[in-house]
Design a protein around this ligand. Structure first.
Ligand SMILES: Nc1ncnc2c1ncn2[C@@H]1O[C@H](COP(=O)(O)OP(=O)(O)OP(=O)(O)O)[C@@H](O)[C@H]1O
Length: 687
C-alpha cells in the first residue's frame, strides 16, 4: 500500500513486468475464452500460410520449372481456397482481438476510476489533476498492450515461430539448424535495449502527465493568465514539461529504431547464410530450387514472429512504466470503507453527536481537531465559526465521513457513522459545499442528482423553494438548458440556488453547510438566505461559516480555534461575553462597514436583545424594495415569524454621522436600518 504518512508527494514504485502483469490479469476474467479463440484464429492463419508456402514450392518445381500449365491449376485452386479461408480467419481473429482489447481497456479504466472516486480529499490536493487524467487515459492503454495484446501477441508469435521452425526443420533440418544458430542474436539485441527503453518510457509517461496538468491548470486559470498577461510564464511552464516529453520521445524513437535496424542486419546475415548453403546444396543436387525457395519463404515467415517476440518484450517493458503509475494510485486505500456489520436503522431523526473527537490528516504534522465534543438535536441550527485554519471544514469532513476520527466518535441518532453503509449515510447527511458543484448537464439533471428518478414536478417544486424557478424559466431552454461549471449563463448566486434546490430535493434529515454564502457578493448572498432557510427548516443543520449574519438565527454557535471549541452559546450570549466570538463578530462587522452602503442592510437584529450589549440594532421588517433587498431583508424577516415582534423592534439608531448610509437611505430600504451606532468596542461606527 502506498504510504500516505510519509509526505505530500507519492513516490511511484518500481515494479517488475511480471508483478504488473499479475496485478492486472484478473481483469481479463470473462474475456479469456475469447482471447483463446483469437489465439486459435492466429494458429489457423499460420497453418494456412504454411500450406500456401508448400503449394508455392510445388508450383515452382512442377509448373514453373517444367513449364507445365496442367501442373498449375490444381495447386493454384488450392492456394486460392486456402488464401480466402486464411483471410476470413484472420479477419475474425483480428476483429475479436480488437473487441477484447477495448473491453479490457474499458474495464481497467472503470476499475481505476471507481477506485479514484473513493479516495479521500487530501489525495486530490496532493495529485495534479492533469497527471491523474493522463494515468486514466494513456497509462490504461499502455497496460492493455502488456496484458491483452501482449499476451495474445506473445502466444501467437511463439506458436508461429515454433510452427515455422518445425516446418523449416521438416523441409531441411541441416539448413534449418544452420540458420537457428543465429537466432539467439535476436534475443541478445532485445535484452540490450530493454533497460534503457523502460527508463525512457517512464520519463515519457511522467512528462505526458505533467503536460496535461499544465494545460489543465492553465485553462482553469485563464482569467488570471489573461488579466495578468501571464502568457509567457504559462508558455514557459508548458515548454519545460514539453521539453522533457520531447527528449523522452526522441530517445524512445531512437532506441526503437536502432533495435529495428540491428535486427534487420541480423536477418540479412541469416538470409545470406541460407542462400549460401542453399546454392551449395543445389550445386551438389541435394536440393531443388523449389525447396530452397520454400525454405527461404519459411524463414521469411519465421523471422517476424521471432522479431515480434523480442519486440513484444520491449513493448511490455515500456508498458510496465504505465502500470507502475496506475498501481501507485490503486495502492492508495480509501480512508473510509463500508462497515462489515451494518447498522439496521430507518431514517434517523437527526441527532448528531461529536464525541471527544481528535483528528490529524494523513501525513500532516499537527492535529486538525483535538477533543472536540458537541451535539445537535433534531431540527436545530448550530453554527461553527472560527478563524481561518481553525478546523471548521475538517468538522464537515468528519460529519460526512470523508474521514474517520483518530479518537472519539461521530454519531447519528446514537449510531456511530462508521456503522452506516456509506451510501445510506450520504443520503442522511447532505453537504452543501462552499464551491457550487455543477454537472455538465441540464439544469434539470443538476437538480435531479439530489434524488435520482425524481419527477419533473418534484424538481420544479424544489427549484421554486430555492427561488430558482423564475430564473430557470428565463434561460433559453428552461430546465433543459445545459450548464457547466464555468457557465457564464448563471451567476454564483444562481448556481448556489440550484445547489440548494438539489439539497431540498435530497431531503436529508441532517444538513452540513460549508460557507454557503462565501464567494457571493452581498446581493447574491442575501438572495440565497430565504431559500437556505427553507432548506434548513425542520432539519438538523450544522453551518460552517465566517459569515455571522445568520448567527442570530442559530440555536448555538460554536467557536473553534486550533481544533478546539473555545466558546459555545447563543449569538447574543457570546456577544455579551465579549470573548473570542465577540472579537470575530467585531472584525467581521468592521469589514462589513468597509464595504459601505451595499452591505448595510445585511445588519441584522438578534432574536432577543442582549442586555447590556453596547450595540443598538435597527429593525429588519422591510420587505421588497427591489428583489435583492427584499431578500436581504428576509434575513430577519422569517425569523420574526417565529419570535414575538417586541423582541426585535429596537429603535433605529442610524445617525448620518456614523455611517455611510445616511438616514435618507434608510427608508428606501424599507426601514431596515440595521446600523450599529457604535462598534462593540465603543468606537463610532461611522467615519
Ligand atoms: N489535506 C490536508 N492535509 C493536511 N492538513 C490539512 C489538510 N486540510 C486541512 N489541513 C489543516 O488542518 C487544519 C484545519 O483546516 P480546515 O480546512 O478545517 O480549517 P478551516 O477552519 O475550515 O479554515 P478556512 O476557514 O480557511 O477554510 C489547518 O491547519 C489545515 O492546514
Amino acid at each position: 500500500m502506498a504510504d500516505e504518512g510519509e509526505g505530500f508527494e507519492y513516490e511511484t514504485p518500481k515494479i517488475p513486468a511480471r508483478t504488473a502483469f499479475r496485478r492486472f490479469w484478473p481483469l481479463t476474467k470473462g474475456l479469456r475464452k475469447w482471447l483463446l479463440v483469437v489465439w486459435l484464429c492466429t494458429v489457423l492463419a499460420a497453418l494456412a500460410e504454411t500450406e500456401a508456402i508448400l503449394l508455392f514450392g510445388d508450383l515452382t518445381d512442377h509448373a514453373l520449372q517444367q513449364g507445365s500449365l496442367a501442373a498449375f491449376w490444381s495447386p493454384a485452386v488450392k492456394w486460392l481456397g486456402i488464401a480466402v479461408a486464411g483471410a476470413l480467419v484472420a479477419y475474425a481473429g483480428n476483429s475479436l482481438a480488437a473487441w477484447a482489447t477495448e473491453r479490457f481497456v474499458m474495464r481497467l479504466r472503470e476499475h481505476v476510476f471507481d477506485h479514484v472516486q473513493q479516495l479521500p480529499p487530501h489525495f486530490f490536493q496532493r495529485h495534479r489533476q492533469g497527471d491523474l487524467l493522463s494515468r486514466l487515459t494513456g497509462d490504461v492503454e499502455a497496460i492493455e498492450t502488456m496484458v491483452v495484446s501482449g499476451l495474445v501477441g506473445a502466444a501467437s508469435a511463439a506458436f508461429s515461430a515454433l510452427f515455422y521452425a518445425v516446418a523449416a526443420f521438416w523441409l531441411r533440418w541441416d539448413l534449418a539448424a544452420a540458420t537457428f544458430v543465429l537466432a539467439p542474436l535476436f534475443w541478445l539485441a532485445a535484452r540490450r535495449f530493454s533497460g534503457s527503453l523502460k527508463d525512457v518510457s517512464r520519463e515519457g509517461r511522467v512528462a505526458d502527465g505533467a503536460i496535461t496538468s499544465v494545460v489543465e491548470e492553465s485553462l482553469g486559470n485563464i482569467v488570471l493568465t489573461q488579466a495578468y498577461d501571464r502568457r509567457d510564464a504559462e508558455r514557459r511552464r508548458l515548454r519545460e514539461e514539453a521539453n522533457a516529453w520531447f527528449r523522452a520521445s526522441v530517445r524512445s524513437t531512437r532506441l526503437n529504431e536502432a533495435y529495428e535496424q540491428l535486427v534487420q542486419v541480423i536477418e540479412t546475415v541469416c538470409v545470406l547464410a541460407v542462400i549460401g548453403i542453399g546454392a551449395w546444396e543445389i550445386s551438389t543436387g541435394r536440393m531443388t530450387l523449389g525447396q530452397l525457395l520454400a525454405f527461404a519463404a519459411f524463414l521469411g515467415y519465421l523471422y517476424p514472429p521471432v522479431r515480434g517476440l523480442a519486440q513484444l518484450g520491449l513493448t511490455v517493458t515500456a508498458a510496465t512504466a504505465g502500470a507502475e503509475r496506475l498501481i501507485e494510485i490503486l495502492d492508495v486505500r480509501p480512508s473510509v470503507t463500508d462497515p462489515r456489520h451494518r447498522a439496521e436503522t430507518g431514517r434517523p431523526d437527526g441527532t448528531v453527536e461529536v464525541r471527544d473527537v481528535s483528528f490529524r490528516y494523513p501525513g500532516a504534522e499537527t492535529t486538525a481537531l483535538e477533543d472536540l465534543s458537541f451535539s445537535v438535536s433534531p431540527g436545530e441550527l448550530v453554527i461553527v465559526t472560527g478563524p481561518s485554519g481553525a478546523g471548521k471544514s475538517t468538522v464537515s469532513k468528519l460529519l460526512l465521513r470523508f474521514y474517520d476520527p483518530d479518537r472519539g466518535e461521530v454519531l447519528l441518532d446514537g449510531v456511530p457513522l462508521r456503522d452506516f453503509p456509506l451510501a445510506r449515510l450520504r443520503e442522511y447527511v447532505t453537504l452543501l459545499p462552499q464551491e457550487t458543484l455543477v454537472l455538465h448537464d441540464t439544469v434539470r439533471a443538476n437538480i435531479a442528482c439530489g434524488r435520482p428518478g425524481a419527477s419533473d414536478q418534484a424538481i420544479e417544486e424544489a427549484a421554486k423553494a430555492a427561488d430558482a424557478h423564475d430564473f430557470v424559466l428565463r434561460l433559453p431552454d428552461g430546465y433543459d438548458t445545459r450548464v457547466d461549471p464555468h457557465s457564464a449563463r448563471l451567476s454564483g448566486g444562481q448556481l448556489q440556488r440550484l445547489a440548494i434546490a438539489r439539497a431540498i430535493l435530497r431531503d436529508a434529515p441532517v444538513l452540513v453547510l460549508d460557507e454557503p454564502t462565501t464567494g457571493l457578493d452581498a446581493l447574491a448572498a442575501r438572495r440565497v438566505v430565504k431559500p437556505l432557510r427553507r432548506l434548513m427548516a425542520g432539519r438538523t443543520t450544522i453551518m460552517i461559516t465566517h459569515d455571522l449574519n445568520l448567527a442570530p438565527d442559530a440555536d448555538r454557535v460554536l467557536v473553534v480555534d486550533r481544533g478546539r471549541i473555545v466558546e459555545t452559546g447563543r449569538h447574543d450570549e457570546l456577544l455579551a461575553r465579549g470573548g473570542a466570538y465577540a472579537r470575530l463578530h467585531r472584525s467581521q462587522n468592521n469589514a462589513v462597514l468597509d464595504t459601505g452602503e451595499l452591505r448595510m442592510p445585511l445588519w441584522e437584529e438578534r432574536r432577543t436583545p442582549a442586555p447590556g450589549y453596547p450595540y443598538e440594532y435597527g429593525q429588519g421588517q422591510g420587505q421588497g424594495q427591489g428583489q435583492g433587498y427584499g431578500n436581504g431583508y428576509a434575513y430577519g424577516h422569517e425569523a420574526y415569524a417565529q419570535t414575538p415582534p417586541a423582541a426585535h423592534t429596537s429603535a433605529v439608531h442610524a445617525p448620518a454621522a456614523h455611517t455611510p448610509l445616511a438616514p435618507a437611505h434608510v427608508p428606501s430600504y424599507g426601514g431596515a436600518g440595521h446600523v450599529p451606532s457604535a462598534l462593540p468596542d465603543g468606537r463610532p461606527a461611522g467615519p
